[in-house]
Design a protein around this ligand. Structure first.
Ligand code: NAD
Length: 384
């Protein structure tokens, strides 16, 4: 089988899980890595047996590389993606898709004009947990989907990330950081969003880095850090979400999906698997098992039924979407974690942040198609 040759740009915190996932797929071959910091790139190459550590420009210009894996900070996503596409390479990028709507459009237009693929994180919706939701929704367990709620309340990232600055600069903030996991999951189940609106605020002007090695340094906060939004899906379902870096502790986060016949409940992070949505239980209630009165809430989910999970990728599998994209390129079919959907998610979020400034809903110009479910036996399903 001919390999899909990957050049990694961005060798920071998230790159290890991608490199681990890449090793699981025969079709993927990471042939070079680059970062702004040469020592960091060299250490990454050594740790993961990557043949070449070089500059980002050398990866962009290397004619033997098929695809750039863009794991840079949000402010650099569009610049790197556009340069890679300009040099004739496919791109798979971390979220958010861009930091500016016009840049996002340019990425899609350039890819289309050159016949290249754009893939984008998150790919958590391809994990066993969301694929379980997809299967039972398609089978009619909860009837017609009518609504969703997604809530994630944290106190930011400055306690664990060594360089948390980018989370508080344009392109950062809880909505653009956490929102894509929940919105992509919702859209992969319910389809595109027609209108969005919301309220957003910045609670703290500056925040202190509490992780090592920069403990004690202050960061200026340039983005809203507590966001409440509302969604109207094209199919008529409605949704609410709250993404925050200003909440000290909470029984949230979770994602819930409501239908005419039942509810799916997806607490996140899962206590066992511990990361946004790939794995973990999917709980459900139907008319037969639901409470009939509004009683005081019972802690925990002991009264809920659990759906059998028949799907793979229940562990952190960031990069699964890149493997799917590699097969998509080979076979000329759409990639599941694709740029069209990622841009739509970005457009929804920017609309949500814009709405309170203009005092109106954002009517979305973008849309996307619902990706096909991931076959239960992926990647054996792709063997020719
Ligand atoms: N850290 C996490 O837990 C996590 C989880 C999921 C997604 N992400 C996303 O992954 C991306 C990277 O996050 P991270 O935590 O690995 O960041 P990081 O700060 O640890 O690493 C960023 C890397 O990008 C490189 N870089 C920055 N600007 C560049 C430029 N202009 N050209 C080339 N290289 C550049 C840096 O040298 C560094 O290697 C972000 O978009 C983030 O939202 C992070």
């Amino acid at each position: 089988m001919s390999k899909f040759r990957i050049g990694l740009i961005g060798c920071g915190v998230i790159s290890d899980i991608y490199l681990k996932t890449c090793q699981k797929f025969d079709i993927l071959d990471v042939v070079a890595c680059a970062s702004l910091d040469v020592d960091e790139a060299m250490a990454k190459a050594k740790a993961w047996n990557i043949p070449t550590a070089c500059s980002p420009e050398e990866i962009i210009q290397d004619a033997d590389i098929d695809c750039v894996l863009n794991l840079t900070v949000p402010a650099a996503h569009a610049e790197i993606s556009l340069a890679a596409l300009g040099a004739g390479k496919h791109v798979y990028s971390e979220k958010p898709f861009a930091t500016d709507i016009d840049d996002g459009k340019k990425i899609l237009e350039l890819a289309a004009s050159k016949g290249l693929y754009v893939g984008n994180a998150p790919d958590t919706f391809l994990g066993g947990r969301m694929q379980t939701c997809r299967r039972v929704i398609d089978e009619g367990l909860i009837g017609e989907p009518t609504g969703v709620s997604a809530f994630a309340g944290t106190h930011g990232v400055e306690r664990h990330h060594p360089n948390p600055d980018f989370y508080y600069k344009p392109g950062g903030g809880p909505l653009l950081d956490l929102g894509p996991y929940y919105l992509t999951a919702m859209i992969s189940l319910l389809g595109p969003v027609a209108r969005s609106c919301g309220f957003a605020k910045r609670t703290f002007d500056e925040r202190m880095i509490e992780s090592k090695p920069r403990h004690g340094e202050m960061m200026q906060v340039e983005v809203d850090t507590h966001v409440c939004g509302t969604l109207e899906f094209a199919n008529g379902a409605i949704g609410s979400m709250m993404m925050s870096f200003d909440i000290w502790d909470s029984q949230l986060p979770r994602l819930e999906i409501y239908g005419t016949k039942g509810t799916l409940c997806i607490p996140d992070p899962d206590p066992v698997h511990g990361t946004n949505i790939f794995g973990g239980e999917v709980y459900f209630k139907t008319r037969e098992t639901a409470r009939w009165t509004y009683k005081p809430r019972v802690q925990g989910l002991e009264e809920w039924d659990v759906i059998e999970n028949l799907h793979g990728y229940n562990e952190d599998s960031r990069g699964l979407g890149l493997a799917d994209l590699a097969y998509a390129v080979r076979d000329g079919r759409p990639a599941r974690a694709n740029g069209e959907m990622a841009f739509h998610v970005f457009d929804i979020m920017m609309g949500m942040l814009e709405a309170p400034k203009v005092g109106a809903y954002s009517v979305l110009n973008s849309t996307c198609t619902i990706p096909l479910p991931l076959p239960e036996n992926f990647p054996q399903s792709e063997v020719q």
